[in-house]
Design a protein around this ligand. Sequence first.
Ligand code: AMP
Length: 396
Amino acid sequence: MNNFKILAINSGSSSLKFKLYDMPAGNICVGGIVERIGSSEAQFSINDKTKTVPIENHENAVKCLLEELLEQNFINQLNEIVGVGHRVAHGGEFFKKSTVVKEKELEKIEQLGELAPLHNPVNAMGIKVFSEILPQSIQVAVFDTAFHQTIPSYNYLYPLPYSLYQKYKIRKYGFHGTSHQYVSQKAAKVMDLNFKESSFITCHLGNGASICCIKNGKSLDTSMGFTPTDGLMMGTRCGSIDPMILPFLQKNLYLSVDEVEHIINNESGLLGISGISNDFRDVQISAEKGNPLSKISIKMFVKRISEYILSYASELKRIDGIIFTAGIGEHSAYVRREICKQLACIGVRLNSRKNRKNEKIISSENSEVKVLVIPTDEELVIAKDTYKLVHNLVKV
Ligand code: AMP
C-alpha cells in the first residue's frame, strides 16, 4: 500500500476546517480552522494556536494554510498531499457514494445547490480552489447524504402529490450520513459483529441532531428529511412541526419566506423554548437553577429522541445496539439516562456507573438491547474514503 498525506476539508461560507492525515495509518498530522474569511481580522488556528491575519477569500485561506503546513514542516513539498477530501452536504439522488471530482461532478454538485443553498455552493468553491492551487492533487467529495441513499421509497417519499417528487425531487435525503455510518461500523467492531448483518439505531446528538435506523449495515430511515431542519428538536432548529404553522405565520404575522426560514432554523429548538441558549450545557445549568422553560425544553428534546428510537425499533426485527454520538450524545450522561428511561418498554437498562463514566458500552448485563457511546469522526471517514479512491489512481 502507498503511504501519503490526505487533507480532509470542511468549507463553510466564511470558514475552512482542515485535518491533515498520514494514510493509510489514519494518524492526524495537524488540524485547525480558518475563520472569518473575507475579513482583515481572520482567525487562523492551527494545532490550537491562533493568529489574526487578513484573509480576503477562500483562495487566500488555502494559500495561507499550505504555506503554514510547509513552514511548520508538516509537509516538505506540496505534492506530498496526494488527495483532498471535501465534505459536501448534498449529493441528491445522483451521488450514492464518495466520488473523485472532475469538471462534470463539480457541475453536478453546483446544480445540487438548489437543494442545499447554504452548503453546496461553498463546498463546490472549496473543491475549485484546491484544484486550482494544488493541481497535482485529486479532489474527492464525501457526501452527507450518500449513506442514506439506501432508504426505501416508502420511507423517503412524503405524502405529497407524487409529481412534486418526479419534477422537483422533493423527498427525504437525510444528513450526517458519514457520522451514522462511522459509529455503526465502529460499534459492529466493538461487538464483534459482521456490519453487513448488524442492526443499529444511531443517535447523532449535537447542535444539529438526527437519528438513523440501520438494518444489515444500510440506512433504512433517518429523522432529517428534504433539509436538515426536519426531525428532532435541535439547538436552534425546530425539527418536525405541523406544516400549516408556516403559512399561518406568513398570513397572520405578514412574515416573508426568509423571516419564516430564519425562525425555524435559527430561533427555534432549545434556544426557542428556553430563551437561554442553543448550547445544551447552558440550558441544563439554567434548568438546574429552576428555570421552567429550560426544564420543558430538555423534556421536549428527550421525548422526541425516544419517540424516534421507539418507532425505529418497531421497524427492526432485532436491535444489536443503540448508539449515542456527537457533543450531547458523547458527553451528557444525563440526556442518555433520560432517553433510556423512556426505552424500558423495549428492554433497555442502563448501568449508571458506566453511563456516568461515558464508557463504550453503558447498558447493564441484563439489558435486552446494548447501548453504546461511540465518538464520531467524520474527518477520518473523509480521509479514508479519499485514500481509497486516490490509492487506486496513483502510484507514488
Ligand atoms: P456538536 O455539534 O457535536 O459539537 O455538539 C455541540 C453540543 O454538545 C452543544 O449543545 C453542547 O452544549 C453539547 N455538549 C458538549 N459537551 C457537553 C457536555 N459535557 N454535556 C452536555 N452537553 C455537551
